[in-house]
Write a protein that binds this ligand. Structure first.
Ligand SMILES: Cc1ncc(COP(=O)(O)O)c(C=O)c1O
Length: 373
């Protein structure tokens, strides 16, 4: 089976650990295990003494219970733990899609499931977020795109790369359109908890029966290296989904399951969100100042969640070329709009420590100046 390359992920995988300044990441500066344990008031021996067995392969019962606790009415039977949100997305699309199927996906978006739609199904149709409406969804386009042939609708809420959040009415309308045609809905909610104003994004959970939520600890929790994610859905669907995971990675890492159980204790979870929110609010201000000083070049809608700012630019250079120059000349990694099928935009991550962000912006400045002079 031939697959389409996942451009952004390959770009990041190749360079993010090789550049000096990684502004390609969409989550906040990751924690160390020690920081996590300190935040939780947990004993390091708990981690060091953990025997490295094959874990319960759909996630330990305790972890699945903690995850279920985030979604009112869910029980551990509604939860499958995965290696990162990306594995949850992968197995869910793998299970749902057949070669004749049509997928409708919010755009711009994290392009994993767009790629999966192209790999597994017949067609992927976009429904767009409109910049001129602060990245609100074009629901007319969604209505037009969805017919009885559509098997699956996909949204990421809060959205990557825009950091936009759907309103309750928009969510209800998306569900109503899916229900009218019996389509499945996947809501990737991995940025929930990373809102700048601290107001938790409402979940799609509980609004529809043909619904899968995917999420994980990589973004709002600052724990991407745990590779810990989940899918939440109807119990019979989740039971089936588990057998797909038998073919991918078997179980989550034993230490990851344990760290996730520590991170998801209700009090610790709130402390982690607080840490995330502080980083977001401390760093967005200097980034916005920098962008405001260059408002003749950069036009953007302020993000509401996630450590990412998606901005249009007025420079005579393609986004991939711009990103390449920044990497090669300044050792700064950003994500070109091309990776979201939107040239003329860049995604700048601002979750890194403040001094790093300032230095990286100064380096971006050098390249920008060379392009305007
Ligand atoms: C919307 C979205 N879902 C999933 C992922 C991947 O998550 P993970 O690192 O937990 O596999 C990302 C990563 O950028 C993302 O933006």
């Amino acid at each position: 089976m031939k697959i389409n390359p996942f451009q952004m992920e390959r770009w990041q995988s190749t360079w993010e650990n090789r550049v000096q300044f990684n502004l390609s990441e969409s989550g906040v500066h990751p924690m160390t295990p020690l920081e996590l344990l300190e935040l939780a008031g947990a004993d390091p021996q708990q981690l060091l003494g953990q025997r490295l067995v094959y874990n319960q392969s759909n996630g330990t019962d305790e972890l699945r219970e903690l995850i279920a606790g985030i979604y009112p009415g869910a029980t551990l039977d509604n939860v499958l733990v995965s290696n990162g949100g990306s594995e949850a997305n992968y197995v869910t699309t793998w299970k749902l899609l057949e070669p004749d199927d049509i997928v409708v996906m919010q755009a711009p978006n994290y392009m994993q499931m767009w790629g999966q739609g192209e790999n597994f199904a017949r067609e992927v149709r976009p429904f767009r977020l409109l910049e001129e409406r602060n990245w609100a969804p074009d629901l007319d386009e969604l209505r037009d795109a969805v017919d009885d042939q559509v098997r699956l609708i996909i949204v990421t809420n809060p959205n990557n790369p825009t950091g936009a959040i759907l309103t309750e009415q928009e969510m209800e309308e998306i569900v109503a359109i899916a229900a009218r045609h019996g389509a499945w809905l996947i809501a990737d909610e991995i940025y929930a908890g990373a809102e700048l104003d601290g107001r938790r994004t409402p979940s799609f959970w509980g609004r529809y029966d043909r619904l899968i939520i995917t999420s994980g600890l990589s973004k709002a929790y600052g724990l991407p290296g745990l590779r810990l994610g989940w899918a939440v859905g109807p119990a019979d669907f989740i039971a089936d989904l588990w057998s797909y995971k038998d073919y991918t990675s078997i179980s989550p890492g034993t230490l990851s399951d344990l760290c996730a159980r520590i991170a998801l204790q209700p009090e610790t979870r709130q402390r982690i969100y607080q840490r995330t929110r502080s980083i977001l609010n401390e760093n967005l201000a200097p980034l916005e100042e920098w962008l405001a000083e260059r408002s003749d070049i950069f036009i953007y809608v302020a993000p509401r969640a996630g450590a990412i700012c998606y901005t249009r630019y007025d420079l005579d250079v393609g986004s991939s070329q711009l990103a390449l120059r920044l990497k090669d000349e300044q050792s700064v990694l950003i994500v070109p709009g091309d990776h979201f099928q939107m040239d003329g935009y860049v995604r700048i991550g601002y979750g890194v420590p403040g001094p790093e962000l300032l230095e990286a912006l100064a380096r971006i400045e050098t390249v920008v100046r060379s392009l305007v002079s």
